[in-house]
Design a binder for this molecule. Structure first.
Ligand SMILES: Nc1ncnc2c1ncn2[C@@H]1O[C@H](COP(=O)(O)OP(=O)(O)OP(=O)(O)O)[C@@H](O)[C@H]1O
Ligand SMILES: [Mg+2]
Length: 255
């Protein structure tokens, strides 16, 4: 049994966001796993994108995935999120094995338990910010008015109180990414997946967005799996997993 998500962001989230230059949030890394991956192998022809990856992600914790281009970061994220299927190995979310699900069950899991933030292109350009955030709820059957009512406090919590009616093209890149973060969180997912969410932003804005992303996930209790090239990310994530040639070569948990 799952309880229906509350109508607005938790008070804790509203209380902890940002200030952008504040101290990093301490993130617990010893929670029961929300994701459990074992022996993941994924090849594209002769290329082994994943060559035996095992990874547990604790509920509500944040994990940064780093590594050189082509090391398998995006492939790992896609397999963990049930977007891609491994050749062998298993992924379980909250104890349910994703690898055993059919397409319909897997897409329902993605819709209800996961949120996604990508580099760009995820917002619908013709819709204002509040409708972009409300969209996943409406697609899940929530009435438009109720969906908008639930969406707007997330925009406020993410520092976009005056921008509910702006379209993505009328916002800065950093503001648009905050809308994308609100949209990823509005359904109260167990895990947010982000693949280079700051890749199209300048460094300063990128850091600010990463900080907002990690704090918003921590504030709402969602785990975060974020692929990034930013060395600074360790400041905001509880753990950094380094990939090389499809295997985990280092797994640093912040003290
Ligand atoms: N759809 C695909 N078809 C063929 N090869 C692929 C495909 N997707 C990924 N690969 C290959 O698998 C390997 C891992 O790719 P992946 O996209 O996971 O790397 P990455 O670490 O995310 O790199 P980047 O930092 O450049 O985004 C690479 O050698 C890549 O060329
Ligand atoms: Mg990639």
């Amino acid at each position: 049994m799952t309880t229906p998500p509350p109508a607005s962001p938790p008070r804790a989230l509203l209380g902890t966001l940002p200030p952008p230059s504040g101290p990093p949030v301490a993130v617990a890394t010893t929670q029961p796993p929300v994701l459990q991956a074992r022996d993941l192998v994924r090849s594209y022809g002769a290329t082994r994108a994943l060559a035996g990856v095992g990874l547990d992600v604790g509920a509500g914790t944040s994990v940064a995935i780093m590594g050189p281009s082509g090391s398998g970061k995006s492939t790992l994220l896609h397999v963990l999120a049930g977007i891609d299927v491994p050749d062998s190995g298993t992924v379980a979310c909250e104890g349910r094995e994703i690898s055993r699900m059919g397409d319909v069950e897997r897409s329902a899991l993605r819709r209800t338990r996961f949120g996604f933030v990508f580099q760009f292109g995820q917002l619908l350009p013709e819709l204002p910010a509040d409708e972009n955030v409300a969209l996943p709820l409406m697609l899940g059957g929530v009435r438009r008015r109720d969906a908008l009512e639930r969406a707007r406090p997330w925009l406020d919590a993410l520092g976009l109180a005056g921008m509910h009616g702006r379209r993505p093209g009328e916002m800065s890149g950093g503001q648009a990414q905050r809308v994308a973060i609100a949209r990823a969180l509005v359904g109260r997912p167990a895990v947010v997946f982000a693949d280079e969410p700051t890749g199209s932003l300048d460094q300063g804005t990128g850091h600010e967005v990463l900080q907002v992303l990690t704090r918003a996930c921590a504030g709402s209790g969602a785990a975060l799996v974020v692929v990034t090239h930013s060395d600074e990310v360790a400041r905001w994530c509880g753990r950094v997993v380094h990939l090389r040639d499809g295997v985990v070569v280092r797994d640093e948990v912040r003290p």
